[in-house]
Design a protein around this ligand. Structure first.
Ligand code: 13P
Length: 255
């Protein structure tokens, strides 16, 4: 039985005071759960402080990016082992903003995925199509290409303890959301692709939806059989908004 994972990607937002308040609100407003996991991904400078504040509460901490290298002359980069060292257990890799704004390639994303895993982090692999690609009916082929690049580099076994986030680029930060059916179709496609390689691994992978998920649309999305949580941007920056999604997950899990 897969658990839900409700993950906040704070992107480049927040400061020390606001983060403290947000994390305190999330810890106070949610409970340890057998069925719903809660994760926050703050910007790099705040990871250690947020991890310390989260302590041994049920709130987990992840990074928004990670280097594919172990150590050395890579100015400005952060090694996977450093993230572990400051208390992270997850790392987002291949977010569409990294791919489009910073030119990350499928191969580089695959290398980051492998490096995160090797350091004991759970990678959250982001994939998804642009509006242009959706209109050209390329949604499945784009997701297949992005996923295959990682499967080819790491092997299917590397997905046994990983997370995939389907994030249609046209729904990120736009207020547009894929309908539950649109999202489910792609999630099923992703799981079927993995299943063709290893059915057991595919059945266990958490596939999150990302793209303007909010308290209002979360119940519909989370009821879909292959949607196992959310990777949330805008609505993860206020504890009440984020907690509304956590609550929706708890409700769907219990129903
Ligand atoms: P929004 O929830 O703001 O659309 O962002 C989604 C996202 O990019 C999460 O990684």
């Amino acid at each position: 039985m897969r658990k839900f994972l409700v993950a906040g990607n704070w992107k480049m937002n927040g400061d020390t005071a606001r983060n403290r308040e947000l994390v305190a609100g999330i810890i106070a407003g949610s409970k340890p759960s057998e069925t719903v996991e809660v994760l926050v991904c703050p910007p790099f400078p705040y990871l250690a402080a947020v991890a310390e504040q989260a302590g041994d509460s049920h709130v987990m901490v992840g990074s928004q990016n990670v280097s594919e290298h172990e150590s050395g002359a890579y100015t400005g980069e952060t090694a996977p082992a450093m993230l572990r060292d400051v208390g992270c257990t997850y790392a987002i890799v291949g977010h569409s903003e990294r791919r489009t704004l910073y030119g990350e390639t499928d191969d580089q994303v695959a290398a980051k995925y492998r490096a995160a895993l090797d350091a004991g982090l759970t990678p959250i692999l982001c994939i998804g199509e642009t509006l242009e690609e959706r209109e050209a009916m390329q949604t499945e082929s784009v997701c297949s290409r992005q996923l295959s690049a990682v499967v080819a580099a790491t092997g299917i076994e590397a997905f046994a303890s990983a997370v995939i986030a389907y994030e249609p680029v046209w729904a990120i930060g736009t207020g547009l959301t894929a309908t539950p059916e649109q999202a489910q179709d792609v999630h099923l496609h992703i799981r079927s692709m993995l299943s063709a390689e290893n059915a057991e691994v595919a059945a266990g992978v958490q596939i999150l939806y990302g793209g303007s998920m909010k308290g209002e649309n979360a119940p519909g999305l989370l009821t879909m059989p292959d949607i196992d949580g959310g990777l949330i941007g805008g609505a993860s920056l206020k504890s009440a908004d984020f907690l509304a999604i956590v609550e929706a997950a708890v409700e769907v899990a219990g129903s």
